[in-house]
Design a protein around this ligand. Structure first.
Ligand SMILES: C[S@@+](CC[C@H](N)C(=O)[O-])C[C@H]1O[C@@H](n2cnc3c(N)ncnc32)[C@H](O)[C@@H]1O
Length: 386
């Protein structure tokens, strides 16, 4: 998208008016980021990447631990440094340093030198899942990420053939999911991280014409199975959009995860291991969101093979919602995710062609791809080759 510089808002203008839809906002933000990356001087960029942004994250976590965002949000309007310090029972000179940092990173708004306001972003930082996600990053994420370069060097600068870096970090033989099963607090934090990841993407229900699933659906049968659906956000979205849905809606995941999911009444919980036969036969759709990127082609074929055996030819669909990396126009978040998957599972992000070849190799036909206009995610609709 081409943005004319004179149309970009001045720093203090209300950004609410700039992009009327989330899509335009996301496109403008991407253009502004690219512009910034080109304009920033090399040493400035290094300082921002490795110093300013990590310390902004540190300020946010200190503020979280002191309940600063909650205290600020409890009262309408601005709060002064002394007033906030008093409410929090902390030293004003310390509180000022944290507030200053949060204001510099536009996490809070500041008026003059002493008054601070909440922002939509600081309000989201109060959502329990956001708090859990940040806890996960501080306790597991960042200490783990910091060891990845050393691990990659130790195996000779190649893509790991299998999992390894996580096991090296946690001194365990368990996969990250098995490890999380035995660490319930970290599991809750990880679910928060998944929520942040999903919320940052376009809801699948806005991208895909889901009413097509209800057309000629067998109302006595299962409409949607959210396979390894985690916290249940996607299937909740479906029920929210079609509250009168007749037919069964099922959330499947590992037992611990499925038990903890916050799902609406009308959705069934079902513990299920994706590497075993799929117990729900002839569903209208089997939905897989951010699952296949965890697995090599071989394991993904195993998983898809189980779904295939349950599908009703000409009726059932598999919907795969995944990040798709582009070799031509790669995006930071997709590439970051690719490297985390590489280190953690010995896998990685796939290009659209990789996806097509994978589906083809297992006898599933890629019917249509719905590309998000906000990011690099694609929703791919698959059918059995008949
Ligand atoms: C990256 S998360 C995605 C969750 C959800 N689909 C979403 O987009 O929010 C991967 C999910 O796979 C689940 N999972 C991992 N191994 C599994 C297995 N063998 N059987 C079933 N679920 C599994 C995890 O518990 C987790 O919820």
């Amino acid at each position: 998208m081409c943005v004319r510089f004179e149309k970009l808002p001045a720093e203090d203008d209300s950004l609410q008016e700039v992009g009327r839809t989330n899509t335009t906002k996301a496109q403008l933000a991407a253009s502004a980021l690219r512009l910034n990356q080109r304009l920033e001087l090399p040493w400035q960029r290094i300082a921002r990447l490795f110093y300013a942004e990590p310390f902004l994250a540190i300020s946010i976590q200190i503020a979280n631990h002191m309940h600063l965002f909650k205290t600020l949000h409890e009262q309408e309007g601005s709060r002064t440094v002394d007033d906030l310090a008093h409410s929090l029972g902390r030293d004003p000179s310390f509180i000022r340093r944290i507030l200053r940092s949060l204001s510099a990173g536009k996490i809070l708004e500041q008026h003059g030198s002493d008054a601070y306001f909440s922002t939509p972003l600081s309000e989201v930082l109060l959502v329990p899942e956001a708090v859990h996600a940040i806890d996960f990053l501080f306790e597991s994420g960042y200490p783990y990420f910091a060891l990845i370069p050393e691990y990659i060097q130790s195996i000779g600068f190649v893509s790991p053939a299998d999992q390894g870096a996580w096991q090296n970090f946690r001194k365990t033989d368990m996969s990250i999911y098995e490890w999380l099963d035995t660490h319930p607090e970290e599991m809750m934090n990880f679910v928060g991280l998944m929520k942040v990841w999903s919320e940052s993407q376009e809801p699948w229900i806005e991208l895909y014409p889901a009413d097509s699933l209800l057309d000629s659906a067998d109302k006595q049968g299962t409409i949607l199975v959210d396979v390894a659906g985690g916290g249940g956000r996607d299937i909740n979205n479906f029920l929210g959009r079609y509250p009168q849905t007749a037919g069964r809606l099922v959330l499947q995941d590992r037992p611990e995860e499925v038990k903890a999911a916050k799902i609406q009444q009308g959705i069934e919980r079902m513990p299920h291991d994706i590497f075993t036969p799929q117990p729900i036969k002839a569903a209208r759709a089997y939905f897989l969101h951010s699952i296949l990127h965890n697995y090599t082609d071989e394991r993904a074929r195993d998983l898809l093979g189980h779904l295939k055996k349950s599908m009703n030819p000409g009726y059932s669909k598999v919907l795969v919602y995944e990040d798709t990396v582009s070799n031509q126009d790669p995006k930071e978040l997709s590439c970051g995710s690719d490297l985390v998957m590489m280190a953690t599972f010995g896998t990685g992000a796939r290009t659209e062609l990789d996806w097509e070849l994978l589906f083809d190799s297992v006898g599933l036909k890629l019917n249509k791809t719905f590309r998000s206009t906000r990011g690099s995610q694609c929703l791919m609709e698959l059918e059995l080759v008949t």
